[in-house]
Design a protein around this ligand. Structure first.
Ligand SMILES: [Zn+2]
Length: 99
């Protein structure tokens, strides 16, 4: 019983944390949406308000978009490595265990 109430309390705490917004969080000047980082703010401006961008905002968006592409590429490489590892584990276990 005590475990259950502890779980409920920690879940409630997590939900509150998920919606807590810092008062001094950076906000979009066009729609007021708050952002946790400058990177996310720059991406939002480029994706949601492309016609309203200033030159500096457009440069920040291009840099953020580049960084996003690089991070996505690294993520795809890691996924590929994990899938290859899983395939080899099945191949070896089939070769040495099941036959
Ligand atoms: Zn916005």
């Amino acid at each position: 019983m005590t475990d259950q109430s502890t779980t409920d309390e920690s879940e409630r705490g997590h939900a509150e944390a998920a919606f807590a917004v810092d008062d001094d969080a950076e906000r979009c000047p066009y729609c007021g949406r708050p952002f946790a980082s400058e990177h996310l703010h720059a991406l939002h401006l480029g994706e949601e308000h492309p016609d309203a961008l200033t030159e500096a905002e457009a440069e920040r968006y291009a840099a953020a978009d580049d960084r996003e592409s690089d991070e996505l590429f690294k993520f795809h490489i890691k996924v590929l490595a994990v899938l290859t590892l899983i395939a080899f584990v099945f191949l070896y276990s089939y070769t040495f265990v099941w036959t």
